[in-house]
Design a protein around this ligand. Sequence first.
Ligand code: SAM
Length: 190
Amino acid sequence: HYRCRSAFKLLEIDDRLHILRPGLSVLDCGAAPGAWSQVAVERVNALGTDPAAPTGFVIGVDLLRISPLEGAVFLSQADITDPSTQRAIQNLLPAEKVDVILSDMAPNATGIKELDHQKLISLCLDLVNLSQSILKPKGTILCKFWDGHESRVLQNKLKEQFQDVRTIKPQASRKDSSESYYLARLYKGK
Ligand code: SAM
């Protein structure tokens, strides 16, 4: 019932590393078509399906249109790096900040590996900067990147700002050999 096979990557990562749990609030960046948000809605109990557990919150953002999903709030046709999007997110959040930022974002690939790599790293760096205003202290970021020369720049920046940073290569993304994720936990906050 997932909108896209990418759901299995998040399920696999979350089964292993437990980043989502009932009651957490999640920002899903690059959410279209919405499969990661579907997983997040289930795992944070955003619909209150389990009445005994706390209810979470999911907001998804994408440049593209995202079809509505019960339990999630979507900002479609919105660029996460645009300050007006950031304000819109903050207006929609139940609290000031989120517990988890997920990013499966990918720029339109040019096919030039080095260029695509750089574009995605710079998008991830923008996201880390956004944490300051949107991520709770002790919060988590999971972000996709395409491996290459500048991965270290992103990894170092995450290490400055999070206590625990690891690289994850899900089984489900084996076919795309350069795709990996950084999982950064325990945001030092500001
Ligand atoms: N995780 C999604 C799912 O499971 O349905 C799939 C995400 S898809 C691989 C990557 C998405 O990132 C694309 O839909 C693209 O439009 C979006 N994206 C790329 N740059 C973005 C940006 N600056 N702001 C918001 N979304 C962006």
